[in-house]
Design a protein around this ligand. Structure first.
Ligand SMILES: *Cc1c(COP(=O)(O)O)cnc(C)c1O
Length: 382
């Protein structure tokens, strides 16, 4: 009998797990008669701020808007520069561009794939206003040196926490590590909604109030508009559903940590025979990791992906094109080779299935295929 396919993600799983609670939340939403910016959004904002350890949370429509609205609230726009990782999902850059400012890429530390604090200083100019580190793949960025540099140079720090709900860095959660954070609750994220959703967290009451105003047409009082805001409200029904899922986030993250540990035991040095040429994601010491993705690197990535696909195992590449080489940024004129670390990462990364919906046996089967690929490599390439 052929083995069951292992899909890369199983988005229906959380509904099957929590069906009665989620149905009850939807029922409450329908019956409320209040469908935009109501009690559910307000309650979620309080609960999520408390979870992150931040003083304020403002629900918005998605993660891109969350970051964009923070930048706008800080009056960062045309003529200003924001430091971004060269290796990230393009939304990080777009949040800056969409505010009218210029994203200035800085290469990652290859060991973590996160912004390398040691490389930031050289990219600063008199126009730099903020640093936008991303907690990529769920691993908290090295915030200590980033914040120290920002404090020295009078810059703001905005976290892109889209992939890192719950990650801890030196005792603080993602979302409470900078001056503000943008969160995405896109369905695949560790805390995912059933549609688009996002939030801003911050300890700054003035910033929170500005974002609250910007997300709702620049209006604090109905039909009185102070600034040219946008419509980017967290949907009331998504807030109701997120409130249910938030209670399970720590448990689900712990399961991700456990399954990532299993991959390491089966594929890494702990297995006694690490797979040749396979680079596993490092296990952080001081900085936390909630394993949004389990992303390995291999020089023959496409062949490894094909070998897994042949066994019915789904994988994805995060991300095949670094933002500076994407057509969207062609006008910025970055040549190939401008950010070689980001380019090398894009050529070699592969994300293996990982999530609380998976069983140990599925991780074991995936690892076995990776091992078999590694063993066959010598003869295949000879
Ligand atoms: C998902 C994601 C975003 C964007 O979030 P949306 O809610 O889809 O707008 C931004 N940055 C990173 C790193 C992401 O993974």
């Amino acid at each position: 009998m052929a083995a069951e396919p292992i899909p890369f993600v199983d988005l229906g799983w959380s509904y099957r797990e929590l069906q009665s609670e989620l149905d009850e939340a939807t029922r409450r939403f329908f019956a409320s008669g209040w469908y935009v910016l109501g009690k559910e959004v307000e309650a979620f904002e309080q609960e999520y701020a408390a979870y992150c350890g931040a003083k304020h949370c403002v629900g918005v429509a998605n993660g891109l808007d969350a970051m964009n609205l923070v930048l706008r609230a800080w009056d960062i726009g045309p003529g200003d520069e924001v430091i971004v990782p060269s290796n990230t999902y393009i939304a990080t850059w777009l949040a800056v561009s969409y505010a009218g400012a210029t994203p200035v890429p800085v290469e990652p530390d290859p060991a973590t794939c996160n912004l390398d604090p040691a490389r930031i200083e050289a990219a600063l100019t008199p126009r730099t206003r903020a640093i936008l580190p991303v907690h990529l793949y769920g691993r908290a960025a090295d915030m200590g040196p980033i914040k120290a540099l920002a404090a020295r140079r009078g810059l703001k720090v905005l976290e892109d926490a889209a992939q890192a709900q719950g990650a801890v860095c030196r005792g603080k959660r993602a979302g409470a590590l900078g001056d503000a954070a943008g969160h995405s609750f896109y369905p695949t994220k560790n805390l995912g909604a059933f549609g688009d959703a996002g939030a801003v967290t911050t300890d700054d009451p003035v910033l929170a109030e500005k974002v609250r105003c910007l997300r709702n047409y620049g209006s604090r009082k109905r039909y009185y508009n102070e600034v040219q805001g946008i419509n980017s409200r967290l949907d009331e029904v998504q807030a109701a559903l997120l409130r249910v899922k938030l209670k399970y986030l720590d448990r689900w993250n712990a399961e991700r940590v456990r399954l990532a540990g299993l991959y390491h035991r089966l594929l890494g040095v702990e297995s006694g025979a690490p797979v040749p040429d396979l680079v596993l994601p490092g296990v952080p010491g001081e900085t936390g990791h909630v394993w949004h993705l389990f992303t390995v690197r291999h020089p023959r990535r496409d062949a490894l992906q094909a070998a897994l696909a042949a066994e019915g195992i789904g994988t994805l590449i995060h991300y095949p094109v670094p933002p500076h080489l994407s057509q969207a940024y062609a006008a910025a004129g970055f040549p190939r080779g401008a950010f070689p670390l980001a380019e090398r990462i894009a050529e070699t990364v592969l994300s293996l299935p990982l999530g609380p919906w998976l069983k140990e046996a599925q991780i074991e089967r995936t690892a076995a295929v990776v091992r078999r690929f590694g063993a066959g490599e010598g003869s295949a390439t000879a």
